[in-house]
Design a protein around this ligand. Structure first.
Ligand code: ZN
Ligand code: ZN
Length: 415
């Protein structure tokens, strides 16, 4: 038995064969040394994050990896974003992720990121949105919080709200932003759609008159003249992991949604300076933070987003470079933690083929090192090599019990 576990999830790291890499996957091309070390001394296999062939969202994949069946527990992405942004959600709140965007006079979205607006500008605009008071729906309180660049979180607080409403965000440019519609017949869904539509109406007036936008127009920058909410969600009711397994757990991640899923599962969120959830994230800072955290916590969940970012950018060559960088940074963990007392797992939350640029339903490689682990036959950490490992093929929800078994934290079933 060991008493500690570290899980490294590189978002969208798994891939398919890439012609730009001579028919190799980015993992095969990168030959990441520290990952290979874990694979050659660990139980390796393939993992279907949700179910074979089902392309997972990052939110549902993470729920599964933490041991929660996403088909039972998923209540929309917005709540995770809000939790990850540090908002304390109440059970009746409905939360959305939002973009600051630019629309023309006809309401057609011309830039979904408002020229990748700076944090300073977005922060100033967010504050003005927080002052909005609705008229038709005066009983509903609005909370808006800026996160990174053009992104933010919107929370609606009040009685009789529902997450079953459609997005304002059309998810593409060149079309008008949408009216939210109720997705069920319930009065709550009708009311929530109306709240969203009223909010967007008022916010457009507030944003149009804002000094920041006047300055942006003068300087030739696209104004952030609309907010586009999407991904309505409510707080999921989850049995917290620390309670379930009797452990202390912490998460280190840049992106809000990953912090949010882990927070919903009872993890402490450790903020690391330089952990941005982008390609320029400070990997060394995150690794050092994990080394410190594992002295206090039993489980440290470490998330790296950059692998998914370059996959969506359809850049397999850059993906190879990022994988190599993560692997090199990860060697700090292998050299600093007590490997006699720590289970180390490396995996990915889904496949994002970098020649497709979207998530697909392929399984992902997983390698699990622990003293006594039944390893053998695998030398490298990649999508093909891991397939012949001793772990076989597991589902995302199997991963957490598999790890906790090495910590002796899974109660015996039967006598
Ligand atoms: Zn993901
Ligand atoms: Zn992605």
């Amino acid at each position: 038995m060991v008493s500690k576990a570290i899980i490294l999830v590189c978002d969208g790291m798994a891939d398919r064969r890439c012609s730009a890499l001579g028919g190799l996957t980015p993992l095969q091309a990168a030959r990441p040394k520290s990952f290979d070390w874990v694979a050659s001394r660990g139980e390796c296999g393939l993992m279907d994050p949700i179910s074979p062939g089902v392309p997972p969202g990052s939110d549902t994949a993470h729920l599964a990896i933490l041991g929660y069946d996403p088909y039972k527990h998923y209540t929309g992405r917005g709540a995770f974003e809000a939790l990850g942004a540090g908002i304390e959600l109440e059970p009746n709140d409905v939360a959305f992720r939002c973009n600051f965007a630019t629309v023309n006079d006809e309401g057609i979205v011309v830039d979904r990121r408002a020229g990748r607006i700076s944090n300073e500008d977005a922060e100033a605009l967010s504050e003005s949105l927080n002052d909005i008071r609705l008229v038709r729906n005066s009983d509903v309180k609005i909370m808006f919080k800026h996160t990174v660049e053009h992104r933010g979180v919107l929370v609606l607080r009040g009685e009789g709200l529902s997450r079953f409403v459609s997005d304002i965000d059309p998810h593409k440019v060149g079309v008008k932003f949408l009216h939210s519609k109720p997705l069920t017949d319930s009065p709550a869904a009708k009311k929530t759609a109306d709240v969203l539509n009223e909010l967007v109406e008022i916010s457009r007036r507030v944003l149009a008159e804002h000094e920041v936008n006047k300055r942006r127009i003068k300087c030739g920058q696209p104004p952030a003249n609309v907010v586009l909410p999407r991904g309505a969600g409510t707080l999921p009711v989850l049995e917290k992991l620390p309670t379930k397994f009797g452990i202390r757990a912490a998460v280190i991640a840049g992106g809000a949604v990953y912090k949010g899923v882990c927070k919903a599962a009872g993890f402490d969120v450790l903020d690391v300076k330089g952990a941005t959830g982008t390609v320029s994230t400070d990997l060394d800072a995150k690794m050092r933070a994990a080394v410190s955290a594992i002295k206090i916590y039993d489980l440290v969940f470490l998330h790296v987003k950059a692998t998914d970012v370059v996959s969506h950018d359809k850049n397999p060559v850059k993906k190879v470079e990022i994988i190599s960088r993560v692997s090199e940074a990860f060697s700090t963990i292998l050299s600093e933690v007590n490997l006699e007392d720590t289970c180390i797992t490396i995996t990915s939350d889904h496949t994002t083929p970098s020649e497709i640029g979207e998530h697909t339903g392929d399984p992902v490689p997983v390698a699990l090192y622990a003293p006594g682990a039944r390893y053998g036959g695998v030398e490298r950490f990649d999508e093909v090599s891991c397939a012949s490992g001793t772990l076989g093929r597991i589902r995302g929800v199997d991963l957490m019990p598999t790890i906790m078994n090495f910590l002796g934290k899974v109660p015996m079933y039967g006598e």
